[in-house]
Design a protein. Structure first.
Length: 293
């Protein structure tokens, strides 16, 4: 597939209207329509559902939108990287996937130092859970990942950051569990739980609970903690999470209580093993190491 055509497709998907997309792209509407039809013929799939109010993506169109966005972003990053090799100044974009953790401050501070001497260098940060970040790292659409344990994924190199998280429960302030300083495995029995959907996390927690994860009363799964906190606030259950993550707006209604015995995870940077990292990514890694040693 031609990258130019993918850019056309993304513009139409974004605008939801061929005329507006054509104006944005500075091409004629008939030419844009022809290119879209050719793309649908090439893929053998309808990408748009056309109606009186405009056009919307089909299921196949939504799938292509995500992949096409990744491809175009990657191509632009490669182009910027190659162009910058003739200069001492770093340029382009370092793409970072990050779990929700205050440890990201180490990355942010290093990025600030690096950017001061390289104003054409940019950073793209996408929040997500570990499995999503690792998938993007494997595809090459992320350069670095900031991951919170419990484990390590195969095929990556790692830099452990000087920060640890304790696991526990986020509970409503009027819950009997809120009166406890620590939460034991027996305290959790029979409690509706809201848990991360990550398989590695489930295995990790099952060991602490002392029973198969499937035996727990899990009423909801979450990706990022904000909506899990909303569930807790509403009374659906208690959220299994790490410390320091509950947004401040919930402070009057939701509290965190750590597990006892303590269950701890470290935080680390990950990147593909044996990959030829772009100069900007290597420079950011060096800056992070300098901030953490």
């Amino acid at each position: 597939m031609d990258l130019r055509i993918l850019r056309y497709f993304l513009a139409v998907a974004d605008e939801g209207n061929i005329t507006r997309a054509a104006n944005r792209l500075h091409v004629s509407q008939p030419a844009l329509s022809t290119q879209l039809a050719a793309l649908e013929d090439e893929l053998g799939q309808k990408l748009f559902a056309r109606g009186a109010r405009g056009i919307a993506l089909t299921e196949k169109g939504v799938a292509l939108q995500q992949r096409a966005g990744d491809l175009v972003d990657l191509a632009e990053r490669i182009e910027a990287e190659i162009k910058s090799k003739d200069s001492d100044e770093l340029a382009g974009t370092v793409a970072i996937g990050a779990g929700e953790t205050p440890a990201f401050r180490f990355v942010a501070r290093a990025a600030d130092v690096l950017h001061r001497g390289n104003p054409r260098l940019h950073f793209s940060v996408t929040s997500g859970n570990g499995e999503d970040i690792v998938a993007h790292l494997r595809e090459g659409t992320f350069d670095l990942g900031v991951l919170v344990g419990p484990g390590r994924y195969d095929g990556f190199d790692y830099l452990t950051l000087p920060y640890t998280h304790h696991w526990g429960l986020a509970v409503r302030k009027d819950s009997p569990l809120a009166t406890k300083k620590r939460i034991s495995p027996k305290d959790v029995r029979g409690i509706p739980l809201i848990c991360s959907r990550q398989a590695m996390v489930k295995e990790f927690l099952a060991g602490w609970f002392g029973c198969p994860f499937g035996k727990l009363d899990v009423v909801a799964n979450y990706n990022l903690i904000y909506n899990a906190a909303v569930f807790v606030e509403a009374g659906l259950g208690a959220a299994v999470c790490i410390d320091g993550m509950i947004p401040q707006e919930f402070a009057e209604r939701v509290v965190f209580r750590p597990f006892a015995p303590a269950l701890v995870s470290d935080v680390y940077l990950a990147w593909r093993r044996n990959a030829a990292l772009p100069p900007a990514t290597n420079a950011l890694l060096a800056a992070i190491r300098a901030k953490t040693t």
